[in-house]
Design a protein around this ligand. Structure first.
Ligand SMILES: [Zn+2]
Length: 310
């Protein structure tokens, strides 16, 4: 029997991030715990409503807090589960952990964020198989660029489903482009989109989608291309006369008007982006632990095997 996949959406305050569930014949796996404790409790109920199989693993696609911070309630509810991530994801978490555990409770309140968010253990394999489902491997593809450096994509080739983390945002939601600091980073994200498309998935489960929307592989990928194209023309490689930097308000307005269906969390997605790249804006220093600017093509796209320079 093929693996079954399900997803649930966090609250708007939790940035509408997506938690996925893979159910096999005897066990289950969760991908991307939510940001906030109340959403994590909802995930526990959601999982129990879908399967009584033991949860054997909880994986994380990338280091952003909205994809792992409230794993604690889930790990408590499913004590048989191992908490896992590829080594580069764990490294990203380690780089910013000390600052984020102070920063986020101040924003959301101590009751909404665990004081000591669990960190995933390092998982070194490039795939996993659930017992009894040997015909349905789950391949971990990474590191690849998404809205941050160092994402893992979870590809189910038998089921033709891919769980992308924040390599893909559904068309309901502004993409987080605040960390796309260089042309190399943007190009690497585009290459990830190409990789996803080359797999010809039937189902793409994105990293964020609003309530009331359903993932649609074709439309969500079109959204991502449109989003990155606009970002490139306004910010990465501005085509306007004189290459003058747009103002903070101009950027906010341009993106808001280009994607009128994206209505939620504008202050976060567009506010931080406009400040990062607009003239006179204030960069969100809290989000600068990864030295993104230093990442060159050879690292970002190290899987692209080109001839070595002599
Ligand atoms: Zn996210």
């Amino acid at each position: 029997m093929p693996l079954q996949t399900h997803y649930t959406i966090s609250s708007e305050t939790g940035l509408s991030s997506v938690t996925s569930l893979i159910v096999g014949s005897t066990s289950a796996v969760i991908i991307d715990p939510p940001f906030l404790v109340p959403d994590a409790k909802s995930v526990v109920e959601f999982v129990k409503s879908k399967t009584s199989n033991p949860v054997v693993g909880v994986f994380v696609t990338h280091h952003h807090p909205d994809h792992y911070f409230s794993a604690n309630p889930i790990l408590e509810a499913f004590p048989t589960a191992r908490f896992l991530a590829h080594p580069y994801v764990r490294a990203g978490i380690d780089r910013e952990y000390a600052e984020k555990v102070i920063y986020w409770p101040n924003v959301f309140g101590k009751e909404n964020v665990p004081a000591n968010p669990a960190k995933p253990e390092v998982y070194n394999y490039s795939f996993f198989i659930l017992p009894g489902d040997e015909a349905s491997p789950v391949c971990l593809l990474g590191p690849v660029q998404g809205d941050s450096i160092d994402h893992t994509l979870f590809w189910l080739p038998t089921e033709r489903t891919i769980i992308t983390g924040d390599a893909v945002y559904a068309r309901s939601t502004h993409a987080w482009v605040e960390e796309i600091e260089t042309p190399q980073i943007l190009d690497a994200w585009r290459l990830t989109l190409k990789l996803i498309e080359s797999l010809n998935p039937q189902n793409i489960i994105p990293g964020h989608i609003e309530q009331g929307w359903t993932p649609n592989a074709k439309e969500d990928m079109a959204h991502m291309h449109k989003y990155l194209d606009l970002f490139e023309s306004k910010i990465t490689r501005p085509s306007q006369e004189g290459g003058k930097k747009p103002g903070v308000d101009d950027l906010f307005k341009t993106f808001k008007e280009a994607f009128p269906q994206c209505e939620k969390n504008l202050d976060f997605f567009l506010g931080k982006m406009s400040n990062a790249f607009g003239e006179g804006g204030e960069v969100w220093e809290e989000n600068r632990m990864h030295d993104v600017k230093s990442r060159q093509k050879g690292v970002l796209e190290g899987f692209l095997l080109e001839a070595k320079a002599k």
